[in-house]
Design a protein around this ligand. Structure first.
Ligand SMILES: NC(=O)c1ccc[n+]([C@@H]2O[C@H](COP(=O)([O-])OP(=O)(O)OC[C@H]3O[C@@H](n4cnc5c(N)ncnc54)[C@H](OP(=O)(O)O)[C@@H]3O)[C@@H](O)[C@H]2O)c1
Length: 413
């Protein structure tokens, strides 16, 4: 029933974050990403496809009823990044099919599979990834049903278990690390990027009283939104190159798929200062080139380094993960039922057309002569009766088929 759903994924469970970034679809802007995804979908003959890249996973969810050859993951990721070897791909990529794919999707949405279990950002990221692929015409009815199931399941996990209690996230753990450095509240913070992640970082900075923040972003209005909340200053991304006021903490997080701060730019931003700087890079792929570590005194906070904290968090939530998994089993059964119902609806979509044709044939051919001799009131009554029969007959096969299938399906205990 779920055979057509497939997932190709690379996650923090098997792979270091430095390696995950190699599986990200490289792109310079949204339209370049759209073209790459369209080419992958067409090239591999998928019916539907969506792409999610977060700080701890890359995931392609797709629908195809065609069987996949064992060489498929290698071919697919070499199309994403020709520099990847087949060995490297097979060591890091998981291919999940059917029920396993559906189960994984539900676990991702409800953050059971996250690096920081219980964080809620993933649901927003998943929704945004889906909506983007929907708008680009990459998805259809199958992924719509899958996403609907994933969202409903995740919401229930968040409300019915204590998994999301005392919310934590990659961002909150990074800020926790920042606070450990005991930077004064007057420290100069240079923030690059003004997306959802930095918006969240900004909330933590405000809560902890940091008061000297400068924000750079491609879209100035988004930088201004954050700067205003922090009573800081905002600039366009292209002004970063000429910024010479120095910094104590450089905080970079954008959607760029390669380093946007290389050693040369980093040295310019230092403005001649040589004391230790804190650098927070939460982007995957990294946005700050690691070459800065060789020649500069840097205390680096990056997602890979937060793994230990994330594992402590998992120990705290372990019991809740079990409760969440039980709930997800029930949602998986619901998902299977929705897919089944939809399949029946698709298979039976011809029924209304056929029933209507029978009615028209009866009225206009088989009983034409008899009807012609009826008075107006009787003809009108007969017409209404036939309409009524048409509507009822249309619904009967769908109802019967759904009931028959429902009674033949065992419900998990
Ligand atoms: N959300 C999380 O929980 C989380 C946690 C840790 C790490 N991350 C990572 O953080 C990164 C950003 O995620 P997000 O959710 O904040 O994304 P987002 O809301 O889409 O924001 C993307 C930001 O990056 C900027 N940007 C995109 N491409 C750029 C480029 N080529 N050059 C310069 N700036 C560019 C955008 O500028 P415009 O405003 O001009 O478009 C925007 O400020 C990703 O690598 C993600 O994996 C996310």
């Amino acid at each position: 029933m779920l055979d057509g759903f497939k997932i190709l994924t690379v996650t923090h469970r098997r792979t270091s974050l430095q390696h995950i970034e190699k599986f990200v679809v490289p792109h310079t802007d949204e339209s370049a990403l759209q073209s790459c995804l369209e080419a992958l979908k067409t090239g591999f003959g998928f019916d539907e496809m969506m792409y999610l890249a977060t700080c701890n996973r890359v995931m392609f969810l797709f629908y195809t009823e065609k069987p996949l050859a064992s060489t498929f993951p290698g071919k697919f990721f070499q199309a994403v990044n020709p520099g990847l070897s087949e060995k490297f791909i097979s060591e890091n990529v998981s291919l999940l099919e059917g029920r396993a794919a559906a189960e994984h999707l539900l676990k991702v949405a409800s953050s059971v599979d996250s690096l920081v279990v219980g964080e809620r950002e993933i649901l927003r990221q998943l929704r945004e990834a889906y909506e983007r692929c929907l708008n680009w015409g990459l998805t259809g009815d199958h992924l719509r049903i899958a996403m609907q199931a994933a969202i409903v399941a995740a919401k229930e996990v968040y409300t019915e278990t204590r998994l999301g209690e005392k919310p934590v996230s990659v961002v909150s753990l990074a800020v926790r690390e920042l606070l450990k450095t005991r930077l004064p509240k007057t420290a100069r913070i240079l923030m690059v990027g003004a997306g959802q992640t930095n918006l969240l970082v900004a909330k933590f900075l405000a809560k902890n009283g940091f008061e000297k923040v400068v924000v750079f972003n491609r879209t100035l209005e988004r930088a201004q939104r954050i700067a205003t909340a922090l009573k800081g200053r905002a600039f366009g991304f292209n002004e970063l190159e000429s910024y010479r006021e120095g910094f104590d903490c450089l905080l970079v997080c954008t959607g760029a798929t390669k380093a946007i701060i290389d050693n040369e730019l980093y040295i310019k931003l230092l403005a001649g200062e040589s004391d230790q700087k804190t650098v927070i890079d939460l982007s995957v792929p990294n946005n700050v080139s690691r070459e800065i570590l060789a020649t500069n005194d840097v205390h680096l906070i990056e997602i890979e380094g937060l793994r230990a904290l994330a594992e402590e968090n998992l120990a705290f939530r372990e019991q809740e993960v079990n409760a969440a998994n039980k709930l997800l089993d029930l949602h998986l059964a619901d998902f299977e039922a929705s897919v089944r119902n939809r399949q029946i609806e698709r298979a039976l979509h011809q029924v209304p057309v056929e029933v209507k044709a029978v009615k028209e044939h009866a009225l206009n051919k088989v009983f034409k002569k008899e009807i012609e001799v009826l008075d107006d009131a009787t003809r009108e009554l007969l017409g209404r009766m036939m309409e009524y029969m048409e509507k009822k007959c249309t619904g009967i096969p769908i109802k019967v088929a759904k009931e028959a299938l429902a009674s033949s399906v065992s419900v998990p205990a």
